[in-house]
Design a protein around this ligand. Structure first.
Ligand code: ATP
Ligand code: MG
Length: 409
C-alpha cells in the first residue's frame, strides 16, 4: 500500500501556513489490511480509519457517485484498484486535490499548484455540484484566504449559483451547515463568507433574513454607509479584527434582522427593529441548531443593542432592567459579550471604525455597581422570600443612581 498526505495539509504547506491536522489517503489497500495493521474504523460503511497512535484520519482511496438528494445520497466505491488520481478528482477544489508522498513528491493532476499561484478557488470537476455543502466550503475558504488575495473562479461561482438555484442547498442538515458557518465566522474575514454566499445566490436560500438587509437604507447621520447589509458585513469584519468569540460574531451577524421587515414608507428609520427582529433571530437560530450560548446572545443583542448605545442616557431604572435581563450577577461573561457586540456594531460603520465607545466602560461600571450590593445586611434586617428580592432590587437601583450621578460629574 502507498500512503499520501492530502488536502489541507499539502495546500497549507505550499502556502507556507501552519499545518494543524493532517489527512491521509491510502492507495492499494483493503479494509481488512488496515484493521490487521491496528487502524480503527471510523464508521460502519465509511472507508476511513484512525491511526492507532497519532489518531489522524486515513481514508482508503475511493470514488463516489451521486445516487440521491442530500449527503446520504452518495455511494462510495473503495478498493485497492482505485488510483490516487481517481481519489483526487472527487475533491472540491483544485488546491485541496493535491497529494504528497513521504519524500514531498507532489501529485497534482488537476493543477492545484497553478491555482495556488493564481490565487483561485476552482472546482476540480463538474462532480463538484453533487454535494451542496461545497458551496459553504468554498465560501469558507474564500473567507480564510481573502487576505492572501484568493477569489472564487468565475466558473466555480457559476456552479455554486446553479446549486443554489436547484434547491439542493435545502437538503443540507443543520449540523453540516452549522459546522461550516461556525468555522467560517471564526476566520479572519468572515464578511467574505457572507459576500460569497450572496454573490452565488446561496444567502437567499440559507439566510433570507440576512440577504433581505441588502438594499435597506438607514439614516445617514448614524450610518454613513447607509445600506443595512453593508453595515452588517462591517460589523462582522470588526468582530474578527477584534478577535471576538463565536457567540459575539453570530450575534453581530443577526443583530439588525428586524430592519429587513421595516415597511418601505418608514425608511430610513427602523422604529422598534429590536423587537420585530427577535422572531427572525429565533428562526435562524433554530434553522441551524446553533449552540445555546450563540442563540441566547444573538437574541439578547438583537433586543438590547440600542440600549447599549444609549447607555449613558438610560435612567437608572432602565439600566437596572437591562442588567437584570442579562442576569449579570450570575452571568458576567455574557454581559461582557453583549458589550463587545454593541461596540462592534458601533464601529461597523463607514469612517467610524476607530471611534471611541465610552458606553462599554460605563456599562461595565454599572454592572459592578449593581453587583456590589451585599445581601447579608438585608438578611440581617429580616428580609426574606419575595421581599428580600424587592429589597435587593431597591438597593441596586440606589447604587445605580449613585453611579450615574458620579459618572456625570
Ligand atoms: P481545513 O484546513 O479546514 O481542515 P481541509 O482542506 O483539510 O481544510 P477537511 O474538511 O479537513 O478540509 O477535508 C480534507 C480534504 O477532504 C479536503 O482538502 C478536500 O480535498 C476533501 N473534502 C472534504 N470535504 C469535502 C467535500 N464536502 N467535498 C469534496 N471534497 C471534500
Ligand atoms: Mg483538514
Amino acid at each position: 500500500m502507498q500512503i499520501y498526505k492530502v488536502g489541507g495539509a499539502v495546500r497549507d504547506r505550499l502556502l507556507g501556513k501552519p499545518v494543524t491536522d493532517i489527512d491521509w489517503v491510502v492507495v492499494g489497500a483493503t479494509a481488512e489490511e488496515m484493521l490487521a495493521n491496528g487502524f480503527r474504523p471510523v464508521g460502519a460503511d465509511f472507508p476511513v480509519f484512525l491511526h492507532p497512535k497519532s489518531g489522524e484520519e486515513y481514508a482508503l482511496a475511493r470514488t463516489e457517485r451521486k445516487s440521491g438528494r442530500g449527503y446520504g445520497g452518495f455511494t462510495f466505491h473503495a478498493s485497492p484498484e482505485v488510483t490516487l488520481e481517481e481519489d483526487l478528482i472527487r475533491r472540491d477544489l483544485t488546491i485541496n486535490a493535491m497529494a504528497e508522498d513521504d519524500q514531498q513528491n507532489l501529485t497534482d493532476p488537476y493543477h492545484g499548484q497553478r491555482d495556488l499561484e493564481a490565487r483561485l478557488l476552482r472546482h476540480v470537476s463538474p462532480a463538484f455540484a453533487e454535494d451542496p455543502l461545497r458551496v459553504l466550503r468554498v465560501a469558507r475558504f474564500a473567507a480564510r484566504y481573502a487576505a492572501l488575495g484568493f477569489t472564487v473562479a468565475p466558473e466555480t461561482l457559476g456552479l455554486m449559483r446553479e446549486l443554489s438555484e436547484s434547491g439542493e442547498l435545502e437538503a443540507l442538515t443543520a449540523e453540516r451547515s452549522w459546522k461550516e458557518i461556525s468555522r467560517a465566522l471564526m476566520e479572519d474575514q468572515p464578511q467574505v463568507f457572507i459576500e460569497v454566499l450572496r454573490d452565488c445566490g446561496a444567502l437567499k436560500v440559507l439566510m433570507p433574513e440576512v440577504d433581505a438587509l441588502f438594499g435597506v437604507p438607514q439614516p445617514k447621520a448614524h450610518h454613513p454607509e447607509i445600506d443595512t447589509g453593508v453595515h452588517t458585513l462591517s460589523v462582522l469584519e470588526q468582530s474578527a479584527l477584534h478577535k471576538q468569540p463565536l457567540t459575539v460574531r453570530w450575534a453581530c451577524l443577526l443583530h439588525d434582522l428586524g430592519k429587513g421587515l421595516t415597511p418601505e414608507e418608514e425608511w430610513p428609520r427602523h422604529i422598534a427593529h429590536e423587537h420585530t427582529g427577535l422572531k427572525l433571530i429565533k428562526t435562524v437560530n433554530e434553522r441551524f441548531k446553533a449552540p445555546k450560548d450563540c442563540q441566547e446572545l444573538a437574541l439578547l443583542v438583537g433586543q438590547y443593542h440600542t440600549h447599549g448605545h444609549r447607555a449613558l442616557e438610560l435612567k437608572p431604572s432602565t439600566l437596572l432592567e437591562l442588567l437584570q435581563s442579562f442576569d449579570v450577577y450570575r452571568r458576567p461573561q455574557r454581559f461582557e459579550e453583549f458589550i463587545s457586540a454593541c461596540e462592534m456594531d458601533a464601529r461597523g460603520r463607514k469612517g467610524l471604525e476607530l471611534r471611541s465607545y465610552p458606553q462599554a466602560d460605563y456599562l461595565r461600571g454599572a454592572a459592578t455597581a449593581a453587583r456590589s450590593v451585599a445581601v447579608q445586611p438585608l438578611l440581617e434586617k429580616g428580609f426574606k422570600g419575595p421581599e428580600l428580592g424587592e429589597a435587593i432590587k431597591r438597593e441596586r437601583l440606589k447604587a445605580l443612581k449613585a453611579y450615574k450621578e458620579e459618572a456625570s460629574t
